[in-house]
Design a protein around this ligand. Structure first.
Ligand SMILES: Nc1ncnc2c1ncn2[C@@H]1O[C@H](COP(=O)(O)OP(=O)(O)OP(=O)(O)O)[C@@H](O)[C@H]1O
Ligand SMILES: [Mg+2]
Length: 230
């Protein structure tokens, strides 16, 4: 396919990231990555190599020390990053980041509420929230506060929340890390179908060979660099 028919959704050039604690810990040492619409990218790598840090930088939540990042062909700057993020990106975090005193449905509807959509009972966003929670197998937990849910249930709420606003790019950090094999398989299929149906893109950090194998491209992150595996 031509570049014109499959424009890139993300382009990272020479991304570096270090933390000062106070001594310098250099985590990312020159990341180059291009992701086109429709691409599914798996990132593997040993614990502590910087996979979560990389997702945070690619999702504009962390600022790189060096390099440039383009999302939907726009250069990310400090003044525009939250607009770009809200418009194009959804996260499935390693530690869920749910609002624990809100129900599963309220959490799923939060991105729609932030985007000022009507989330009242019966509105399209409300119906979509319920449908997504059904798709992740939580139709009997819609009105439970997320603090009482199990780890795997929280993870599934986070996945439904990520899909709620129809993002162009999903950044997922171990999305099936807390799930049994059968539930993982259902979640993987849900994510892949979402990407395929809408010409969306996915970057997923995973230790699961089955999920990595479903992706179009696989990289290993080590010594601060991405190494293409296939
Ligand atoms: N805000 C921070 N300040 C200082 N060091 C940090 C910070 N965030 C991450 N680090 C360090 O950066 C390194 C990479 O962390 P990161 O969470 O990105 O690893 P990871 O590859 O996702 O690991 P895991 O597979 O265990 O989730 C770790 O050594 C971590 O301690
Ligand atoms: Mg991590």
């Amino acid at each position: 396919m031509t570049t014109q028919s499959r424009p890139n959704i993300l382009k990272a050039i020479g991304i570096e990231k270090a933390f000062y604690t106070p001594e310098k810990v250099h985590i990312l040492r020159g990341i180059n990555l291009e992701v086109n619409r429709g691409d599914t990218v798996a990132i593997t790598g040993r614990s502590g190599q910087g996979k979560s840090t990389l997702l945070q930088v690619l999702g504009t939540l962390e600022t790189p020390c060096e390099g440039t990042l383009e999302i939907a062909q726009k250069t990310v700057r400090s003044t525009t990053k939250s607009i770009i993020r809200n418009k194009h990106i959804a996260f499935i975090f390693q530690s869920f980041h749910l609002l624990e005193d809100y129900t599963a449905l309220e959490n799923v509807l939060m991105p729609a509420r932030i985007a000022r959509q009507d989330v009242s009972v019966g509105a399209p966003a409300y119906k979509r929230g319920i449908e997504l929670l059904e798709q992740v197998g939580l139709s009997d937990r819609l009105y439970f506060h997320t603090k009482v849910l199990s780890g795997g249930e929280k993870q599934r709420v986070a996945i439904a929340r990520a899909l709620c606003n129809d993002p162009d790019l999903i950044l997922a950090d171990e999305p099936s890390g807390n799930l049994d094999k059968l539930t993982s398989k259902a979640i993987h299929e849900l994510l892949m179908n979402f990407v395929k149906k809408g010409d969306k893109s996915l970057i997923v950090v995973t230790h699961d060979p089955e999920l990595a194998g479903m992706c179009t491209t696989e990289y290993n992150l080590s010594d601060g660099l991405l190494h293409q595996m296939r």
